[in-house]
Design a protein around this ligand. Structure first.
Ligand code: AMP
Ligand code: MG
Length: 421
């Protein structure tokens, strides 16, 4: 009798020959998805957080005219003393928005406020702190001044015709300010993708119902809601579906009819009740990936009736990691935004971290600054993919690339701060 057990690759293995790398998975997401081709023009304020579908060239110079950067006295540089002093006759005042409308001659000056147009005949502003008002009313100025000092040249910030906003930019408060400074009151942005999500699992109970033996509350829909709420998308919560192929099939078909992207959690492993893959083979185009990442190895990716589908694993920590690593890039591509991976910083590890080479690992950490203001990171308790409090106590991911073979105390590691904190 043969007394060995033939074993299959599993998520307990450090490496699995069937797995694709994180970079390969990201490349396939990038290659499969095309941006939605629908736009809307919105009033400027409503564009905050949205993705611009047009680039903007400035219709005007900003500032429109050369003006003063300081409160002081506008003079012609020709009259500035090259030695000793010169006493100027003050002939008027220029305010921001109220120009001085006569010509200023040699050895004359105009009292000028910040933002006021430089009067005709002047090219330089001497700060008021560097000028002396004499008892006879004249203004005394010494040496050491430079032609055009304390002036802001027309077009110095933005020249007419200059590119001020790239297509695909996520509109932030600075963009709003720049567009407002150009008098632009509305912008074309990409339509928000509609993202539907559902949980699958016979053991799941919605909040408000008592738990029977063996049941758990569904937390993944709350996680997904929280992670999606930060993004420029419309959210559709489709509730909990039992591990029942026909119910899953119906819900996914309905979801695909309403949404641009459908996300499910659970039911993508190799258990008896894991029906997502089989249902999807039936109703859509499916790629099933095992990604060399811990946690969160299985990910189903594909299309149902023209909508995108991503089937995430059930474990809540894996849901957060996979969402962060793969769903966000998918939504980014979908919504026309310029891709920019999350910023990573280097931090000194305060703990020894166990890690086998062969797969990408995302551990949960608590990052802080040391006495010299340098980043340091400690690990965040138990790291099991079922331990959701490891996420709620953490403020960052510790990102360990495939080839890393453990981390010693004092080693530098890559840290990705949570942007939902
Ligand atoms: P599955 O991928 O369906 O095998 O689920 C893996 C693990 O995650 C199981 O322990 C599930 O009970 C758990 N799980 C699945 N879905 C959820 C959910 N929506 N909320 C909380 N835990 C879940
Ligand atoms: Mg399940």
């Amino acid at each position: 009798m043969n007394s060995t057990v033939t074993i299959s690759p599993s998520c307990a293995d450090a490496s699995d020959p069937d797995s694709i790398s994180v970079a390969q998975a990201l490349d396939r997401i990038e290659a499969t998805i095309t941006a939605l081709d629908e736009y809307e023009a919105l009033p400027l304020k409503e564009c905050l957080g949205r993705i611009s579908s047009e680039s903007v060239d400035s219709p005007i110079d900003v500032p429109g005219h050369t003006n003063s950067a300081m409160d002081g006295f506008a003079v012609s540089s020709v009259s500035l003393p090259t030695q000793d002093i010169n006493d100027f006759e003050e002939i008027g005042v220029a305010y921001a928005g109220i120009p001085f409308d006569r010509v200023c001659g040699d050895n004359q000056c105009v009292r000028i406020m910040t933002g006021a147009l430089i009067p005709e005949g002047c090219d330089t502003v001497v700060m008021q702190e560097q000028a002396e008002r004499l008892e006879n009313g004249r203004i005394r100025i010494g040496t050491g001044h430079r032609t055009e000092e304390n002036t802001r040249r027309a077009g110095e910030d933005i020249e007419q015709g200059a590119l001020v906003l790239e297509r695909g930019s996520t509109i932030n408060p600075a963009h709003l300010g720049v567009l407002a400074s150009l008098g632009i009151g509305s912008l074309k942005v990409w339509r928000k993708p509609i993202v539907a999500f559902l949980s699958t699992g016979d053991e799941l109970v919605s909040i408000g119902n008592p738990l029977k033996k063996g049941q758990i509350y569904d937390s993944n829909r709350y996680i997904l809601y929280g992670m999606l709420a930060h993004l420029p998308v419309e959210i559709l919560d489709l509730g909990v579906v039992k591990d029942h192929p026909e119910q899953i099939r119906q819900t996914l078909m309905e979801a695909a009819a309403k949404a641009d992207l459908v996300i499910s959690t659970g039911g993508v492993s190799v258990g008896e009740a894991d029906y997502i893959k089989t249902v999807l083979r039936d109703i859509g185009e499916i790629e099933f990936w095992k990604i060399a990442i811990k946690p969160g190895r299985p990910l189903t990716f594909g299309t149902i009736e023209g909508s995108l589908f991503m089937g995430l694993p059930g474990n809540p920590v894996a849901v957060m990691v996979i969402f962060d690593q793969f769903v966000i890039p998918a939504i980014t591509k979908f919504s026309g935004a310029m891709a920019s991976g999350p910023p990573l910083l280097k931090a000194v590890s305060l703990d020894k971290l166990k890690k086998k080479p062969g797969r990408y690992e995302i551990q949960r950490g608590i990052a802080s600054r040391d006495a010299n203001n340098n980043w340091q990171v400690s690990k965040c308790g138990q790291q099991g993919s079922g331990i959701l409090t490891s996420m709620s106590r953490a403020n960052c991911f510790i990102v360990l690339a495939e080839n890393i073979d453990g981390v010693a105390v004092g080693d530098l590691v890559d840290v990705q701060l949570f942007d939902w904190n």
